[in-house]
Design a protein around this ligand. Structure first.
Ligand code: NIG
Ligand code: FE
Length: 380
């Protein structure tokens, strides 16, 4: 079945080979792919029609960093932070206990609710991490369930040390836990930061994952300027995530390498921390992505529009840069070329806004501006 979306006032394509921003445009979708993009006056016919009535259309958001496999909430921890308590990452263990105690059905229902919530806000690709099981069986279970929602699944057994000694836990993560995760994981990740894993431990974790065939991502430099970012670049990671505290050497490494810097402003918002400086990265020609980091501790939002608004207001990104980072940037962070872009052959993943331009995503914060979402060519 084909669908014509016409009378598009502003079309964000992100197609560097074509026009990245078009006025008075139309898009034709055929099955799960984009079939045609061009001026509204030249649009070919299709089986069905969606009248955009002058609104903006953009690629579906690519949320390249989310922790959706968990149970319980940590609203009290959030309230304590807003009353002045700092964020340490120590609350991860609270969520681990709740997650281990939950049934498969509870974990699946929790993730389904968040995926649906994200979808209503325009997200059409989402990455999901494990990391709240932290035992061989619980990590494998989280990834097996995550696979029901997305092919972009990430093994984060090295989130924190659940108990006992760190070096023996790293041996578990790089051995039996990795083996159990492999059938369900595409990526390996590690929390390389104060209170979590050292540079050497992180290196052992992601090197073992890469040897087993997984792509590499690293939680890096969220709490302090540690070795995470340079490790990610050295190992050719697809993404270094957070990048809140960066030295000049970190920025230089990112600029020289192929690792995307994924910024997660929901985490700084919810932990009341200083935001990363996106301008510094973009001016150094680093590829920047935006993602939600959706998790019950540091960033309990599924909203990419909220992250765009924060990035524009607080991180010196232009609205166009922020929208690019939330779509094409996320695709780069997942090494995907079939999403985050509207060109013939790409996936038919797009959103029609209740607004005339992408500027409104930052200009009208907190307003539900996503009118229609197409995922794989199917309207929500
Ligand atoms: O990305 N930094 C590590 N992990 C998560 C937080 C997890 C939690 O607090 O539960 C993050 O912010
Ligand atoms: Fe995270």
């Amino acid at each position: 079945m084909s669908i014509l979306i016409d009378r598009i006032g502003e079309l964000v394509t992100n197609d560097a080979a074509g026009e990245e921003l078009m006025r008075d445009a139309a898009v034709v979708v055929d099955g799960d792919r984009i079939a045609w993009v061009g001026p509204a006056t030249q649009a070919p016919p299709a089986d069905e029609r969606i009248d955009a009535a002058g609104a903006a259309v953009l690629p579906g958001f690519v949320d390249s960093h989310a922790h959706l496999m968990f149970a319980g909430d940590r609203a009290a921890e959030f309230a304590a932070r807003m009353a002045g308590r700092p964020y340490t990452g120590g609350g991860i263990r609270t969520t681990v206990a709740a997650t281990r105690a939950a049934s498969d059905e509870e974990l699946r229902a929790g993730a389904a609710r968040l995926v649906a919530e994200a979808r209503r806000q325009g997200t059409t690709t989402i990455e999901i991490k494990s990391g709240y099981g932290l035992s061989v069986a619980d990590e494998a279970r989280s990834l097996r369930l995550a696979r029901e929602f997305t092919p972009e699944t990430t093994f984060l057994g090295a989130h924190v040390v659940p108990d006992g000694d760190a070096d023996s836990y790293v041996e578990l993560v790089t051995g039996p836990m990795l083996d159990a995760a492999l059938p369900y994981a595409k990526w390996v990740d590690v929390f390389c930061d104060r209170g979590a894993f050292t540079g050497d431990q992180a290196r052992a974790v992601v090197t073992a994952g890469a040897k087993a065939g997984l792509g590499v991502r690293v939680h890096a430099n969220q709490l302090e300027a540690g070795p995470g970012v340079r490790l990610a670049v050295e190992l050719g990671a697809a993404s270094a995530d957070h990048c809140t505290h960066l030295t000049d050497a970190d920025v230089d490494a990112l600029a020289a390498g192929s690792t995307v810097a994924t910024l997660l402003p929901g985490a700084e918002f919810s932990t009341r921390s200083p935001y990363p400086d996106a301008r510094r990265l973009i001016d150094a020609r680093v590829t920047v992505a935006l993602a939600t980091d959706c998790n019950p501790g540091s960033s309990y939002t599924s909203s990419m529009p909220f992250c765009i608004a924060l990035a524009v207001r607080e991180m010196r990104m232009t609205p166009a840069e922020a929208v690019w980072a939330a779509t094409a940037g996320g695709a780069r962070a997942l090494r995907r070329d079939d999403v985050g872009v509207l060109r013939p052959g790409a996936r038919a993943d797009l959103t029609v806004l209740d607004a005339p331009s992408h500027l409104h995503l930052a200009y009208r914060p907190g307003v539900p501006l996503v009118r229609t979402v197409l995922h794989n060519g199917v309207p929500l």
